[in-house]
Ligand binder design. Structure first.
Ligand SMILES: CC(C)(COP(=O)(O)OP(=O)(O)OC[C@H]1O[C@@H](n2cnc3c(N)ncnc32)[C@H](O)[C@@H]1OP(=O)(O)O)[C@@H](O)C(=O)NCCC(=O)NCCS
Length: 205
């Protein structure tokens, strides 16, 4: 995937062109095939996924196959994963966005995971703010949503700090580690986001 060229930060230019969104303490980099071994390791780790994420044991070759398929075949689901990297390029987590399919709606949903030793440093909040800037600047959206296990205090704090509002609770929608869980739905409307906080819109070069 190639990011729209109008999306840039007001910090220095990058050597990676439009595949990198630059923040203050972290950058978001579109996932490449070379990232799959690490993503696969994280996907298989209960520690990285935390208590409230579903655990999907998936082989590296299956992940690679799905990655190739997504590049070559059109799909109604637009799904993209960005690595969250520190300024020294250490990979510390990822953030995803995907469209929810409804004939009358145009909604993007986001999700994220940070590796345990890099949590509680504000990185995820910055990554989510950047993702909101990116999605509202590059897509004609009225709303971005997120769904969080009602027990997941850390994730709810991230969303609230990034400007999301709590909408309500949906009951027993997801089967996570042997139990049906309730989730809180959060959303942020374009008018609540108002303007980019980290990325800026600049002219195409
Ligand atoms: C949820 C998660 C991504 C948060 O990442 P993070 O980098 O620690 O988040 P931040 O550092 O930006 O923290 C944001 C706020 O949450 C608070 N917070 C973080 N972890 C917390 C915890 N376990 N309990 C209570 N508050 C917590 C931080 O202190 C901060 O608030 P503050 O600025 O008022 O101090 C991380 O805990 C994680 O990867 N969890 C496992 C996967 C997951 O649950 N993903 C979300 C699925 S919806």
């Amino acid at each position: 995937m190639v990011l729209p060229q109008v999306i840039r930060t007001d910090t220095e230019n990058t050597t990676d062109g439009e595949r990198l969104l630059e923040g203050k303490t972290v950058n978001l980099r579109i996932v490449e095939k070379e990232d799959i071994p690490l993503l696969n390791e994280w996907a298989s780790s209960l520690e990285v996924g935390g208590e409230y994420e579903f655990s999907h044991q998936v082989s590296r070759s299956e992940m690679e196959k799905n990655f190739e398929k997504r590049l070559s075949e059109p799909s109604p689901v637009e799904w993209n994963t960005f690595m969250i990297e520190k300024k020294d390029k250490t990979k510390i987590g990822y953030v995803v966005h995907f469209n929810t399919l409804h004939p009358a709606g145009k909604i993007q949903e986001i999700g994220y995971v940070m590796i345990p030793k890099e949590r509680r440093k504000g990185y995820c909040t910055e990554a989510v703010r950047m993702m909101l800037d990116y999605l509202f600047l590059s897509k004609d959206l009225s709303c971005i949503q997120a769904m969080v296990d009602v027990r997941n205090v850390a994730s709810q704090k991230v969303l609230e700090k990034a400007g999301f509002q709590k909408e309500g609770i949906i009951r027993k929608r997801f089967f996570i580690r042997g139990v049906w869980t309730d989730n809180t739905v959060y959303s942020i409307l374009r008018e609540e986001w108002k303007e980019p906080k980290i990325l800026t819109r600049t002219e195409k070069k």
